[in-house]
Design a protein around this ligand. Sequence first.
Ligand code: HEM
Length: 389
Amino acid sequence: MTTTSAEITLEELSRDPFPVCARLRREHPVSYVPAAGRYFVTRYRDVRTVDDDPDTFSANETGSLMKRAMGHSMLRMDDPEHAVQRRSYGNVLKPKAVKQIWSHRFAENFERFFAEFTAKGPGACLVRDFAAPYAAENLRAVLGFRNADHTDLLRWSQTMIDGTGNYADDARIWALARRSYEEVDAALDELITEFRRTGDESLISHLVNAGSPEVRIEDTRANLKMTIGGGINEPRDALSTTVWALLERPGQLAAVREQGLWREAFEESVRWAAPIGMYPRQTTREVELGGTRLPSGAKLGVLALSANRDEEVFERPDEYDVFRPKTPHLAFGGGAHFCAGAWLARTQVAEIALPRLFERLPGLRLDPDRPARAAGWVFRGMTALPVRW
Ligand code: HEM
């Protein structure tokens, strides 16, 4: 049977997707949501089924706005083509490189942006004035954009992401996305020549000098644009959400500080509010999922933010609890597309930024005069986090 959830609005999802998802999990775990033009997959076990069966649930969606905004990257390919692209990234984002190279760069970046943030004085916004530039500069270093600064990365990322979500086909949004697309290509052209002369440890240098002959330059351009789009907002959101959750819960914050549970605080935060709330898939054949018959070619919205609050898997799922028993969450996706930047994110947020922020600002607290705000469902995060210390 197919059910349709015509009453759900995008506005409601963006404001607070969790009650809607809880109802869908209970009543229609896989149902068609006309406002989003997709079948929502809301339960943990069904999300796992989708992630583990790419032959039936393809990442290569037709009419994908992401392909238009960023080019056809590995994120919208299936294996074996996807695996070729993913392998081209080599070891640059893997734990050893993160530990030996990137963690030191992140620590330097922390010092720089922490100084700028505290110079703004109490009342500064932790998202805009710290988490966003810190995450952007970290990604700039890893990718190797020597010829750009963190504000370029922030602009490229946001305008191309806006293109990916431009369902209203707003010409202004496409124009801004296109401009960033061209700026990234121009910056890459310069770097290709430069890195051939003098390479470094960065991803672009690796792709230029050790790239696979199977990977065309257009593929690399698209993969890098997707990585710019995927490598800033998520660590920014994970960091801000964790700070907010801990400041709202002084008892848990005290325990985290005392016992150094920063990694637990981070993992619980991305479980509780998955920064990539939804990712798309498309069926390649007729199939039954969660009691619903899906036609071939059906567009799915795989709701990691709902699966992560599935009461069949997590007790009291709506509560933020750093002490909950360890159960794998789905915030980094699963299967072949499991996030390539998970270790970069964990290190910059849980190992570096969180402990240092709370150690340097022992009086860090929410601004009583201006509320913190969260929004979004495709991407979910804090839109404002004014703090004092
Ligand atoms: C807390 C932070 C992050 C979260 C929650 C996150 C989440 C995700 C998710 C859910 C996917 C899979 C999407 C899908 O299957 O359609 C993904 C893929 C990916 N992520 Fe992340 N991400 C984070 C940080 C990063 C960072 C810092 C980078 C920077 C390099 C990055 C690079 C990528 C790449 C390249 C892929 C594509 C992998 C593939 O297609 O094989 N991510 N991420």
